[in-house]
Design a protein around this ligand. Structure first.
Ligand SMILES: Nc1ncnc2c1ncn2[C@@H]1O[C@H](COP(=O)(O)OP(=O)(O)OC[C@H]2O[C@@H]([n+]3cccc(C(=O)O)c3)[C@H](O)[C@@H]2O)[C@@H](O)[C@H]1O
Ligand SMILES: Nc1ncnc2c1ncn2[C@@H]1O[C@H](COP(=O)(O)OP(=O)(O)OP(=O)(O)O)[C@@H](O)[C@H]1O
Ligand SMILES: [Mg+2]
Length: 276
């Protein structure tokens, strides 16, 4: 493919995923806090709900949520932020999750261990006759069950207190489809939409997040057989590659093909269920 043809593909995908040509962290913070406040007040709902993992995406989103509910309260609305710890048993990087919570200063912190429900769902499937190719395949599917149990726990809180579930999806995850469909991909509002990973880090840094969280190696941390596995090892490209692609910078042929192939294969994850 010619250089101009690949640049056109990059531009089209970036436009589709709402990646802005210019970025200024302060402005993005203001726009996204205002968005969350407006959604909360215009819907008449009373809280925002978000899982806090200890990763940079939920650290950033969590702080935006807390700023948004404080703004809504200052305007006379009833509004609270429920930050949720959703470990699978004991989390290896629990200290990072606690550091994130200290930074976010959420109104409320609720903890739900997703291990019993996730394990029970897997066991019931096995008892019902479901089989997997091997232990790794089973562990991978179990990982997606964990992500969906987190979704269920967050919607239980939204249901209990009349809230909106907040998602952390951004352009670098959206382009690669690197999320669990109807798991962490399920949410009512997605304030980081359009940001590349480096822009999420810039927003986190501008908000004053601790450097160890701003620069933390991203992990979905879903597989019991590969704890803390880096996203980049699973993706086969780096977040810098993905960000360059989305920001219209030149990328090598292998990177270009890997990202475009992933984007096309995961189109179904960015759409409503397909109807006839
Ligand atoms: N063409 C198509 N049209 C409509 N639907 C289609 C489809 N192809 C598959 N599907 C459906 O989609 C399902 C596969 O999607 P899904 O269940 O999501 O599973 P899948 O995409 O295979 O796995 C999720 C990936 O996202 C990663 N992840 C998950 C959660 C968080 C994070 C993170 O970064 O924190 C990363 C995870 O490590 C894994 O690599 C299929 O089982 C099928 O039901
Ligand atoms: N252990 C957990 N506790 C609470 N929430 C979680 C947990 N794991 C995942 N989540 C939720 O799922 C979302 C998706 O996970 P993801 O790994 O993409 O984000 P992150 O951990 O915040 O940042 P990073 O991608 O850099 O690791 C998180 O932002 C968070 O809202
Ligand atoms: Mg993570």
């Amino acid at each position: 493919m010619s250089e101009s043809a690949s640049a056109a593909v990059q531009q089209e995908i970036a436009r589709e995923l709402q990646v802005a040509e210019v970025f200024e962290a302060e402005q993005e913070i203001e726009r996204r806090v205002a968005f969350l406040t407006e959604r909360l007040t215009s819907t008449g709902l009373r809280c925002l709900v978000l899982g806090i993992s200890g990763g940079v995406d939920s650290t950033t989103t969590g702080r935006l949520c807390q700023l948004a509910v404080e703004r809504a309260r200052a305007a006379g609305h009833e509004a609270r932020f429920y930050a949720m710890r959703l470990p699978y048993g004991v989390q290896g990087d629990e200290h990072d999750a606690q550091l994130a919570l200290s930074f976010i200063r959420a109104d409320e912190v609720l903890t739900v261990d997703v291990k019993p429900a996730s394990d029970a769902a897997l066991e019931a499937s096995l008892a019902g006759g479901v089989t997997f190719r091997d232990a790794h395949h089973q562990d991978f599917v179990h990982g997606n069950i964990k992500a969906r149990q987190r979704m269920i726990a967050q919607y239980a809180v939204a249901g209990a207190y009349n809230g909106l579930v907040v998602g952390t999806d951004h352009a670098a995850e959206a382009v690669s489809g690197f999320f669990t469909k109807f798991g962490d991909g399920a949410a009512d509002v997605v304030p980081l939409t359009g940001l590349t990973k480096r822009r999420v880090r810039a927003v986190a840094d501008t908000l004053g997040a601790p450097a160890e969280l701003v620069w933390k190696v991203p992990t979905a941390d879903l597989e019991t057989l590969a704890p803390g596995k880096a996203d980049e090892d699973a993706l086969g490209v780096t977040y810098d590659d993905i960000d360059d692609f989305l920001e219209g910078k030149p990328v090598g042929d292998r990177v270009f093909r890997t990202i475009v192939d992933r984007y096309r294969l995961t189109e179904h994850k960015r759409q409503l269920p397909i109807a006839p």
